[in-house]
Write a protein that binds this ligand. Structure first.
Ligand code: SAH
Ligand code: CA
Length: 214
């Protein structure tokens, strides 16, 4: 399901700051060399994440689901001088490609890239985060939210990607059979009903749930 008519999507992209050369080449090389390149945030969402990060000016960012590092780089654009981003991915096969790319960015010394299961790594983190980007396996979205909320400062933000799951969240027939869709329905309802956060679901790309800890 497309959320926007094609022309509007194109017009929006055409009137959004372009990707720099580095992000362009990461986008290109991911499509040429890596499985499932559709998972990469891409131009419009990447610029959105960058803009949000520049608004928040975070000192600590946590990203769950690095893939090839595209969203991590975009989020780093708003970090403070002393800021750091921790990003976690379970897929060790992506490590060489991703580390190679991150090394070419201005943010290499700000990025703490960890390989492993986020469910195991998050409880070991002692930082207080200003911004958390949840973008790993959909089945665990609710667990990630529950593991992270105590580590987010009051007034800090969590953003969860793909919460509309290509529109499957409103397609009744699929929702009974597909575990990922069910997990996202549960996540969206849970955070919507949670009085500790205020929430807005933005139908950008595949749906972004933005949460602020109150
Ligand atoms: N944030 C990236 C895309 C992430 S794709 C971008 O926008 O460009 C989702 C990633 O989550 C995949 O690379 C996958 O390996 C990772 N992942 C899946 N399950 C995970 C888990 N349990 N812990 C950490 N990472 C996981
Ligand atoms: Ca995503």
């Amino acid at each position: 399901m497309k959320f926007l008519v094609e022309e509007i999507e194109q017009y929006s992209a055409a009137h959004t700051e372009g990707e720099n050369e580095l992000l362009k080449s990461l986008n290109r090389e991911t499509h040429a060399n890596v499985l499932n390149p559709r998972m990469l945030s891409g131009h419009l969402q990447g610029r959105f994440l960058s803009m949000i990060s520049r608004m928040i000016r975070p000192d600590r960012i946590l990203e769950i689901g690095t893939y090839t590092g595209y969203s991590a780089i975009c989020l780093c654009e708003g970090l403070t001088e002393s800021g750091k981003l921790i990003t976690i991915d379970i897929n060790e096969e992506l490590e060489t490609f991703t580390r190679g790319f991150l090394a070419k960015t201005a943010f290499n010394d700000k990025i703490d890239y960890r390989i492993g299961n986020a469910l195991d790594i998050i409880p070991t983190l002692t930082d207080t985060f200003d911004l958390v980007f949840i973008d790993a396996d959909k089945i665990n979205y609710s667990s990630y939210f529950n593991l992270c909320l105590d580590k987010v400062r009051k007034g800090g933000f969590l953003i969860a990607d793909n919460v509309l799951w290509s529109g499957k969240v409103v397609q009744q027939d699929i929702k009974k059979t597909d575990k990922d869709t069910q997990a996202l329905l549960d996540f969206n309802r849970m955070v919507h009903e949670d009085g500790r956060v205020s929430n807005i679901l933005l139908p950008i790309r595949d749906g972004l749930m933005i949460l602020q800890k109150i």
